[in-house]
Design a binder for this molecule. Structure first.
Ligand code: DOR
Ligand code: ZN
Ligand code: ZN
Length: 448
């Protein structure tokens, strides 16, 4: 038989080992992993010159925008950024215009995405106003529901414990996870109103408004509610020691809870604002060194399940408003996450196993992405080829994302994604997009 392609002279990450071998790809799947002499005939052969091959990364926290927010990012530019960053699957957040919170909105978004995505994309939905619609949204393949606790975005009344319980119960039956942005909106609103009234509008005021307690209160409240309903809760971008400890405790008590941290909370502290200014503003904001260290502890102890970039593109004008309360929070992260993580591998702060676990295996498991996130015969041929020893400086001006800024701009990093294969197809080669828009697949949650 003749397969579509064979990749020779690769160092392939296989079950926590790095093995010098070849990979045969047929119809988008890994057909065979083995010695070059044992490879089948192929239409195309590629010599990888001993570069490292990891399973394609999965970013479970991406804001692809498009539709009415296409001026910030589109499916095409966002997934180009993903491919350039070594991500073969991204999960899209629902705070769009219109908000993804109905079967109809999800269908429209899916239809639009199919035309232009370069990597695989899965969709979150916000909760619909009518809970009965949850099952239709799940039937359309939503990977999870997002619960934004910082303000009312979706159709679920976030003040109402009973409503939350009912919604969670519904999802628990369907075994679909809820991804949470954990900030207590009552507390937050009170803080913001007070500062606005007093004309306090500096970064330090923003940090006080979005303080540690605001995160902890939302985490604790949801964990308590969930005690009775046993839903799958996934806390996004945890940033504080206290909230992380609450999650660790819930895990010990066998609650079905998982959590994510971001590269910016792992690598920067609030002191970084002095140099970076409002452009580095995110929600939750950067924290103290003590909190940052707690996140690292959480990674070591497996309290942290995933690293998500929280790729949140905005225009420069939106980042440069005079008042802190008007600045759009969020930074792009798809094109910096992998090089930053690989640099930490070189510095022995992370193992390569951990990188694969946090950025491929665990996100695939939590969100039911079948046959992705692992390198094995029969799985999807989603691969990232890495020049592990390549040093370069992060240059935000060259991003594929529309958001050409980064808190990591200028950082020297070591380890560069040089090829990305999505479903067996070469999509990114030496940072250039070489595939046609629409080659990515829309992925659905599958029960595993
Ligand atoms: O920094 C953030 N940006 N945090 C969020 O929760 C939302 C996101 C966005 O959509 O811009
Ligand atoms: Zn968030
Ligand atoms: Zn986000």
């Amino acid at each position: 038989m003749t397969v579509d392609s064979v990749l020779n002279n690769a160092k392939v990450y296989l079950k926590q080992d790095i093995v010098e071998c070849s990979l045969a790809i047929e119809e988008g799947k890994i057909f065979k992993i083995g010695k070059e002499v044992n490879m089948p005939k192929a239409d195309e052969k590629l010599d990888l010159h001993n570069l490292l091959v990891l399973p394609g990364l999965i970013d479970a926290h991406v804001h692809l925008r498009d539709e009415a927010k296409a001026y910030k990012e589109t499916f095409l530019t966002g997934t180009a950024a993903a491919a350039a960053g070594g991500f073969t699957t991204v999960l899209d957040m629902p705070n769009n215009t219109p908000v993804t919170m109905s079967a109809e909105a999800l269908q429209n978004r899916t239809r639009l995405a199919r035309r232009s995505i370069l990597v695989n994309v899965g969709f979150y939905s916000e909760f619909p106003s009518k809970l009965a619609e949850v099952k239709d949204i799940v039937a359309l393949g939503a990977v999870g529901f997002k619960l934004f606790m910082a303000e009312q975005v979706g159709g679920l009344v976030i003040d109402d414990d009973e409503a939350l319980k009912e919604a969670f119960r519904k999802l628990a039956d369907l075994a679909v996870p809820v991804a949470v942005h954990a900030e207590d909106h009552n507390c937050l609103k009170k803080n913001v109103e007070k500062f606005r009234l007093n004309k306090q509008d500096k970064i330090r005021d923003f940090l006080k408004a979005h303080n540690e307690e605001v995160e902890y209160m939302a985490v604790k409240r949801l964990l308590d509610i969930n005690l009775q309903v046993h839903n799958k809760l996934h806390f996004c971008h945890l940033s504080t020691k206290k909230a992380l400890h609450a999650v660790a405790e819930a895990k010990h008590l066998n609650q079905k809870v998982t959590c994510e941290v971001t590269p910016h909370h792992l690598l920067l502290t609030k002191d970084s604002y002095e140099e970076l200014g409002v452009k580095a503003l995110t929600v939750p904001p950067l924290r103290s060194k003590e909190n940052m260290e707690a996140l690292w502890e959480g990674i070591k102890e497996n309290t942290v399940d995933t690293v998500g970039s929280d790729h949140a593109p905005h225009t420069l004008e939106e980042k440069e408003s005079n008042s802190i309360w008007e600045v759009k929070a969020g930074v792009p992260g798809l094109e910096t996450t992998l090089p930053l993580m690989l640099t930490l591998v070189h510095k022995k702060q992370l193992s390569l196993d951990k990188v694969v676990q946090l950025l491929a295996e665990r996100p695939a498991g939590i969100f039911g992405l079948k046959d992705r996130g692992v390198m094995e015969q029969g799985k999807n041929a989603d691969l990232v080829v890495i020049d592990f020893n390549k040093c370069f400086n992060i240059e935000a001006a060259k991003f594929h994302s529309k958001a050409k800024f980064s808190p990591f701009n200028g950082w020297e990093v070591k380890g560069k994604p040089v090829k990305t294969f999505v479903n067996g197809q070469l999509v990114m080669d030496e940072q250039e997009i070489v595939a046609k828009p629409g080659c990515g697949h829309v992925v659905r949650r599958v029960q595993i």
